[in-house]
Ligand binder design. Structure first.
Ligand SMILES: [Zn+2]
Length: 399
């Protein structure tokens, strides 16, 4: 669709060529092509009846006159050279690229895989909508209102598949839907090692599950919740990468169609802190796998309490030799964390690059905004997989 808007600050006119996605609401926050000021537009979509409403959210108004063309797509990255070109279809270009990749893309290389992927993708498009429902229930659980949280599973959870009858039994399929099908392998691989770890020694496993359910599970869930909440509250900025990885058709090098930097700049730092804290689960499983008690590490005398208060930047080191766990820490880096967490991030809206100063070196580093979002989305998938592992363990305890 085409919508013409005018920047309220400088008057620059823009023709927004917006592709309609699969969500109920689609927001695009972009920078004025003339003055660089941020403005936002939104589409409210009625997918069942193919209806839509276009709204100017901030710093712009609709106009009948055309101006600079800006192509926007909620689910694909837009190649920078095509951002301001009229008469291109981002959908067709993305599909062509996907077809070209088909031979090397494991996910859609077999016809049966492809059909399966299509079938599942229809089921899995709506996790941001499911989040709105799950959030109420999960939030009540965090506040200690288990009874009300369980009631909410009955009220809202039954709209979705396999939600069971407890908050945790809904959180589990939700996180699997969030990563499926394209990132499901992360969970599938890791859970095999989890199963191996808990089969090793019955009494050690029992002690670990007791520690897990009484000491860390509830706190872990609260931290996961805060990451899901922050992710979905700035979903428009993450959606193209999210869809690209989820559906196995990620095309690197493009630009995002929304940049609400104020809402995303702290995400990586917050996710890093939450994931670092919650890695205790993986560290304990790693100890079991290596034939030790859950709280005993390779370094003699180093115990779980010390691990839990150690510097977060080194927390993934103890399981670096277990590829299925190490894959979850693939984009876990303290340099971006320091930029994000300490607020040294600065966005240059002309180049769409983010510069930051990792605390120790004081050397200015640069990352594209799209590259930064890529790291955030990777942390989101890690968070979802780890939530799945924690819920899996909790479920064993409850049996
Ligand atoms: Zn302007």
């Amino acid at each position: 669709m085409r919508q013409c808007v005018r920047c309220l600050l400088c008057g620059q006119k823009h023709i927004l060529r917006i592709t309609i996605g699969h969500g109920a609401r689609q927001e695009h926050t972009i920078h004025c092509e003339e003055c660089g000021e941020e403005f936002s537009v939104a589409l409210d979509l009625d997918q069942a009846n193919a209806g839509w409403t276009f709204n100017c959210v901030s710093n712009c108004e609709q106009t009948s006159e055309g101006g600079v063309v800006v192509n926007l797509h909620p689910e694909f990255l837009v190649p920078p050279e095509l951002r301001n070109i009229d008469d291109v279809s981002i959908n067709i270009l993305a599909c062509q690229a996907m077809m070209k990749d088909r031979g090397v893309n494991k996910f859609i290389s077999e016809e049966s895989d492809y059909k399966e992927a299509l079938k599942r993708s229809r089921e899995d498009y709506g996790v941001e909508g499911e989040w709105v429902d799950l959030k109420r229930c999960w939030s009540q659980l965090n506040k200690g209102n288990r009874e009300r949280a369980t009631e909410l599973v009955g009220v809202y959870g039954k709209k979705y598949a396999d939600t069971g009858c407890s908050p945790e039994s809904w959180i589990f399929p939700f996180v699997l839907r969030s990563i499926s099908p394209g990132q499901f392998f992360l969970f599938e691989n890791a859970i095999k090692r989890v199963a191996e770890a808990i089969k090793k020694d019955e009494s050690r496993t029992e002690a670990f599950l007791e520690f897990h359910s009484t000491r860390i599970f509830s706190a872990n869930l609260k931290r996961y919740f805060s990451i899901f909440e922050k992710f979905f509250s700035a979903y428009s900025d993450y959606s193209a990468h999210f869809f690209g990885y989820k559906f196995g058709n990620f095309q690197p090098g493009g630009a995002v169609s929304s940049c609400k930097f104020g809402d995303t700049m702290y995400f990586y730092g917050n996710a890093f802190e939450a994931i670092g804290s919650n890695m205790t689960t993986l560290a304990c499983l790693n100890n079991l796998l290596k034939g030790r008690k859950y709280g005993e590490f390779q370094t003699e005398g180093f115990k779980i309490e010390q691990y839990m208060s150690s510097d977060k930047s080194g927390r993934a080191d103890c399981f670096a030799d277990i590829p299925e766990f190490a894959a979850l820490a693939d984009k876990y880096t303290s340099s971006v964390r320091n930029g994000s967490h300490h607020g040294t991030f600065e966005l240059d809206e002309k180049t769409m690059n983010v510069s930051y100063t990792p605390r120790k070196t004081m050397v200015v580093e640069t990352i594209s905004y799209s590259g930064y979002i890529d790291m955030c989305v990777s942390m989101f998938f890690t968070c979802a997989v780890m939530t799945g592992i924690d819920c899996f363990l909790w479920n064993i305890t409850k049996k």
